[in-house]
Ligand binder design. Structure first.
Ligand code: DAK
Length: 276
């Protein structure tokens, strides 16, 4: 792999888009490698993924404008499909994915973060959908996911004006769950960089997810994602089915037994992916 780093630490896998010179812009090769990396994740051991960009400055500065600039209509469609397929794979990935957004998340960068379950960002993060300024619409699901995540009115304003927003505003409108700052000492010196603090926060959140019953976490992801696509009557049926699927699993038996035994330590112990 030239542009993707993948590292596993216990039950948490970290995927880093590693094309720092181009601010981690998404070209076809990055998308292919990301796709292959997701296919290779060992779902028997990894319970949560973190997606980030190399360096301090940029998460992903968008789709590669150089590559896109010469595309024909057919090639543009093929590029869009390649991106959309990977983004959907992330969105529907069986385990949760946290986007750790370090710096620019523009265009396809904002879109890939929105394909993840949760976004946390450093306080130097910048989000935006600048596509209309380039003569195109957001092409990797931005019109759909932003409108669902924030509100249609806010999404329309951001997309129509191509305006970038900073971390604090992204937090205010609900685009990110948490904003993380560098740690400074009393003398005002940075002792932990914003990127390191961000990754520590992402790892803490991921570890908190990874210690829960894995089948239940997977089923929650499915229930939320699938339920949001249908009306409430159908959504409740989806939840019922996924709730029922938890029963007779080792997760459910061990989880409830630990509670009944009042064994708090045991309650937090992870159980294997049986019956997934
Ligand atoms: N693509 C390619 N290279 C990029 C890039 C990008 N999106 N963003 C930055 N780079 C490269 C720069 O060209 C520069 O390369 P060198 O000149 O050093 O070789 C290097 O990264 C550093 O960038 P800057 O020199 O510009 O750095 P600054 O700090 O001055 O500015 C910036 C940082 C993030 C504000 C600026 O780089 C910038 O505005 N970048 C473009 C951001 C942007 O507009 N992103 C949205 C791209 S459009 C579709 C599928 C998908 C999409 C559309 C359609 N279909 C359905 C087919 C998605 C579209 C997008 O994402």
């Amino acid at each position: 792999m030239d542009y993707i780093l993948y590292e596993v630490n216990g039950a948490v896998g970290t995927i880093t888009i590693n094309r720092e010179k181009a601010l981690n812009a998404l070209n076809s090769q990055v998308l292919d490698e990301l796709n292959a990396t997701l296919d290779a994740v060992d779902l028997d051991t990894v319970r949560c993924l973190i997606l980030t960009g190399a360096g301090e400055k940029s998460f992903v500065a968008g789709a590669d404008i150089g590559e896109m600039s010469t595309l024909s209509k057919a090639e543009g469609e093929a590029f869009g499909k390649k991106g959309n397929d990977v983004f959907r794979k992330l969105e529907t990935f069986p385990i949760p994915v946290i986007a750790a957004v370090n710096g620019f998340a523009l265009g396809g960068g904002c879109e890939i973060s929105m394909s993840c379950d949760i976004r946390i960002c450093s306080d130097n993060a910048v989000f935006g959908q600048p596509e209309v300024g380039l003569g195109i619409t957001p092409g990797f699901g931005g019109t759909q996911r932003l409108a669902r995540l924030v509100s249609p009115g806010m999404a329309k304003q951001l997309i129509y004006t191509a305006r970038n927003i900073k971390a604090a505003e992204a937090y205010r409108i609900g685009l990110v769950n948490q904003v993380v700052s560098a740690e400074v000492n009393e003398a005002g010196e940075v002792v932990v960089s914003a990127k390191d603090a961000l990754m520590a926060a992402a790892n803490k959140m991921a570890a908190g997810i990874a210690m829960q019953a894995p089948i239940a976490v997977r089923n929650c992801k499915k229930a939320i994602n699938e339920g949001l696509q249908v009306d409430m009557d159908q959504a409740i049926v989806i939840e019922e089915k996924l709730f029922g699927d938890c029963f007779e699993t080792e997760d459910q038996r061990a989880g409830m037994a630990n509670f009944l035994e009042k064994d708090k330590e045991k309650k937090l112990k992870v159980v294997p992916f049986k019956n997934c």
